[in-house]
Design a protein. Structure first.
Length: 269
């Protein structure tokens, strides 16, 4: 539960959920058919699926976080959460924000979609001047709400390139197995195929948009009338459940949240 963003797991209907201390029964874990994690939560999903050892994944996350923080300090940058109307053209807005930065003398400015959350919701990341421009011109681009996120840099953009090599080196030294259940990648919204694939895409993820909305469509694509699996969000908060509701209401009706900290708190009292 201390991974930042949580991970989602899907299990067939009919599997038993044990509420107790917020824990999930062994039957549910054993019958899980798919897993996905948002940004750093992808490491948690891969640990759950048996692809990464817990200690090794934790070390990789530490190196990743430190390298991304260092990259953040090089350029004043950030992330802007945007909800837009149907007419919103995010890519055009980003292009105009980059042109604005160039007019200020910023070379090779960055402003791009960094997270696809649900229909009409995106996170845009890049130079601070670009994000300020978008906030000031929100109405022009049909943005109904904009909010700066409390982060230190433009994660999942090329401004994170200095973090690529340190993470790549760590992942080369870690043993990665083929996942025991399907794990979906943030980079392309598709299933990981083998260990080299995991190693390559976990590195690419640092500088690529998180395709979470697309991942939700991949996980929950069903023939009409087919039942949806039970879905469990493991970790602090219910943000992934809220996104699932916006992406697929029928799938969300089988959603449950498991707070990973409840067991620890119960053990301490």
């Amino acid at each position: 539960g201390r991974w930042g963003r949580g991970a989602l797991g899907a299990v067939p209907r009919g599997s038993r959920l044990m509420f107790g201390l917020g824990s999930v029964s062994v039957q549910v874990v054993e019958s899980c058919v798919a897993a996905a994690g948002y940004s750093v939560g992808e490491f948690a999903a891969l640990v759950f699926a048996g692809a990464l050892g817990f200690a090794e994944a934790l070390y990789a996350v530490k190196v990743r976080a430190e390298a991304m923080q260092k990259a953040s300090e090089a350029v004043p940058s950030g992330m802007l959460s945007v909800i837009g109307r149907r007419e919103a053209n995010y890519k055009f807005a980003c292009l105009e924000a980059r042109k604005h930065c160039e007019s200020l003398g910023i070379e090779n400015p960055v402003c791009q979609i960094s997270n696809y959350l649900f229909p009409d919701s995106r996170v845009i990341a890049g130079h601070l001047q670009a994000l300020e421009f978008l906030q000031e011109n929100a109405r022009k681009y049909y943005f109904t709400r904009t909010k700066m996120l409390p982060v230190s840099g433009a994660f999942h953009t090329r401004l994170m390139e200095p973090a690529v090599e340190p993470l790549a080196e760590v992942l080369k030294s870690i043993e990665i197995q083929k996942p025991l259940v399907c794990v979906y990648s943030n980079v392309d919204g598709k299933k990981y195929m083998h260990s080299k694939h995991i190693q390559k895409l976990l590195v690419k993820q640092v500088v690529s948009p998180v395709l979470w909305e697309q991942t939700m469509h991949s996980v929950y694509e069903r023939k009409q009338g087919a039942e949806f699996p039970y879905t469990y969000e493991v970790g602090p908060g219910k943000q992934l459940g809220a996104i699932l509701k916006k992406c697929n209401l029928k799938a969300w009706k089988q959603y449950n949240h498991v707070d990973a900290l409840e067991d620890e708190e119960a053990a301490e009292t």
